[in-house]
Design a protein around this ligand. Structure first.
Ligand code: PLP
Length: 370
């Protein structure tokens, strides 16, 4: 066993002896897209009821061999996280609030009757992989190394029950713009037919099934010529909750008097790390911020009477993405002039400045790796 340098979690380091040749890696990283290419190595950690977490290993990125009756394939005990490693202006590598992802991963596990991965193991796996594959962390401010921790149930059998064995894995992928058109504002379809999450359901958990269930609504949005779906609450079908895999913010008014409102965490929304960070950052920049409820009718009326000036979605993958056009059954409207608004732009720059080391980290959000 080798101790991964800088971590207090024991992980055996057995990296590949044949990393991708530099010139091929550089070619992939020149236009990485999102989630298309993967780094040379990965981490796995096993769990069993008898042994708890064991056999932590960093080893070459490779396919899994799974029995066809493995439980995750049938009943979907599968959770994941998403965070990024940033190359900062001083060339050091850092993570942004990774302990929030560690804790959300534990909450997702609890909801899906899976064992919680200790924070030291989560952090240790990430530090080991980012250090090992640091050549894959891009330089560019609009790019980063996207990290995908995930866990699956590995018992073999078709009885519906929680598995008694699990596999945690971590893979990494150089990432550019999440949306193909980069920072260009997106159009959204208000889905009054499908819902993402109901009270008592799994909306707060980052479990694979939530995303499978979203695909048909996303396809419906595309049929309506929209880029993304906006989820409404499951009871009244009128309160805006999230956009695709991102949280939403509404900007009222403009200039220093602008007020931001983001839908409250009612138990059906995913509590985003970016959403939470913006609650603080917006205040730092002098805006007032509230968590509340925005109905689709208020959205439409606020847009018509000019009180709502900007709307954006936020998340780790795409940072801040402006929403420019909204469609619902029987109505559609434009927000602003179809470009990113000044408040959205300011918040986006402020967040990227902290992540890339161009502004002080006054809230202790940055976790330095090198
Ligand atoms: C459904 C959903 N909402 C919101 C978010 C944004 O969360 P975060 O800011 O932590 O990336 C994500 C991404 O994880 C998501 O999948």
């Amino acid at each position: 066993m080798t101790l991964a340098p800088g971590s207090d979690f024991e992980i055996e380091l057995r990296p590949t002896e044949t990393p991708l040749p530099d010139e091929q890696r550089v070619r992939q990283m020149a236009d990485p897209g999102f989630g298309r290419y993967f780094t040379d190595n990965m981490v796995t950690i096993s769990w069993s009821a008898e042994r708890g977490w064991h056999d932590a290993q960093l080893h070459p990125y490779r396919p899994l061999e799974l029995d066809p009756a493995v439980m995750t394939l049938h009943y979907g005990q599968a959770i994941f996280e998403g965070l990024k490693a940033y190359r900062r202006v001083d060339d050091s590598l850092a993570l942004f609030r990774p302990w929030e992802n560690a804790s959300r991963f534990q909450r997702s596990a609890a909801r899906m009757a899976m064992p919680p991965l200790p924070e030291a193991a989560f952090m240790g796996s990430i530090e080991a992989l980012v250090k090992q594959d640091q050549a894959w962390v891009p330089q560019n401010r609009e790019q980063a190394l996207y990290l995908r921790p995930f866990m699956i149930a590995t018992d073999v059998g078709l009885g519906v029950r929680p598995s008694s064995t699990y596999l945690y894995m971590l893979i990494a992928s150089p990432a550019g713009a999440y949306f193909p058109r980069g920072l260009a504002p997106v159009s959204v379809w208000l889905s009054e037919e499908y819902t993402r999450a109901a009270p008592g359901g799994t909306g707060e958990a980052k479990c694979a099934g939530n995303y499978a269930a979203s695909l048909v609504a996303q396809a419906q949005a595309a049929e309506q010529d929209c880029d993304q779906v906006v989820w409404l609450d499951a009871v009244e079908h009128r309160w805006a909750e999230e956009m695709g895999g991102m949280n939403l913010y509404f900007v009222y008014g403009s200039g220093p008097n602008a007020k931001l409102v983001t839908p409250s965490l009612t138990g059906t929304l995913l509590p985003g790390v970016t959403r939470d960070s913006l609650l603080t950052l917006a205040k730092d920049l002098g805006y007032s911020v509230e968590q509340g409820r925005i109905s689709t009718d208020e959205w439409q009326a606020g847009n018509a009477n000019g009180t709502i000036t900007e709307v954006f979605a936020c998340g780790t993958a795409a940072v801040i993405t402006p929403v420019a056009q909204v469609k619902r059954l029987g109505a559609e409207w434009m927000i602003g002039d179809g470009e990113i608004g000044p408040v959205s732009r300011r918040l986006r720059d402020a967040l990227l400045d902290i992540q890339h080391g161009e502004a002080p980290d006054s809230h202790g959000w940055v976790h330095q790796i090198t």
